[in-house]
Design a protein around this ligand. Structure first.
Ligand SMILES: [Zn+2]
Length: 207
């Protein structure tokens, strides 16, 4: 399978498996972040989940997917090393740690931290990484402004930005997949409007 096929399949999973459960979650007052865990062997979905912060502020889309994954009996659950981790949005510090502690060696995401802040009005990913983790350079007053906020490739995992992967494809694949990205962007734009119109009313600490 080449990259275009992999990207296409992951966009399918976002559209058909994650977005439908997210639509229900958002209607209840949850954020629009979702995640899925797939088998590397055939790209079949093991779990697809969505944010459930109205139940517990730790149930981000990724954490909720991890919780459901480990609720599968061990004899029916694939090894994490045989799985792809897919997030609709670049994982926050909590979810980066969750993915790491569970032993996944990869994750893929569609929308970046900057997208979450700028397109979805959720600034907390970047704010938490800066406020909690970015220690100042001893020679400067503050952390270096353009320093990466985490190591996108490290000894535990390699992260993959689907938008950047699409941009690197040849022209015909790129045009097809960009059209699908635009469609998902509009779909998540609609979900964001629903969330933003009612946010702050469901007891989520960082709404
Ligand atoms: Zn998170």
């Amino acid at each position: 399978m080449d990259n275009a096929d992999l990207i296409s399949r992951l966009l399918d999973v976002i559209e058909r498996d994650i977005a439908p459960v997210t639509r229900k979650g958002v209607a209840l007052g949850n954020k629009l972040f979702g995640a899925a865990i797939l088998r590397k062997s055939d790209l079949s979905v093991v779990v697809a989940e969505t944010n459930n912060e109205i139940e517990n502020p730790l149930w981000h889309g990724e954490m909720h997917a991890i919780k459901r994954f480990f609720e599968i009996p061990v004899d029916r659950r694939p090894d994490v090393k045989d799985c792809i981790f897919l997030a609709t949005h670049e994982p926050c510090s909590l979810c980066l740690s969750g993915i790491t502690w569970c032993g996944f060696d990869n994750f893929y995401y569609l929308f970046s931290h900057a997208d979450s802040r700028d397109s979805f009005a959720i600034p907390h990913d970047i704010q938490i990484l800066q406020a909690v983790y970015a220690t100042p350079d001893p020679d400067r007053e503050q952390a270096h402004a353009d320093r990466p906020l985490y190591n996108r490739t490290n000894r535990y995992w390699t992260s993959h930005n689907l938008s950047q992967m699409i941009a690197a494809l040849d022209r015909s694949h790129k045009e097809t997949l960009l059209a699908r990205f635009d469609h998902l962007n509009a779909l998540y734009g609609d979900l964001s409007e629903v969330y933003q119109s009612d946010k702050g009313n469901k007891g989520i600490p960082l709404a």
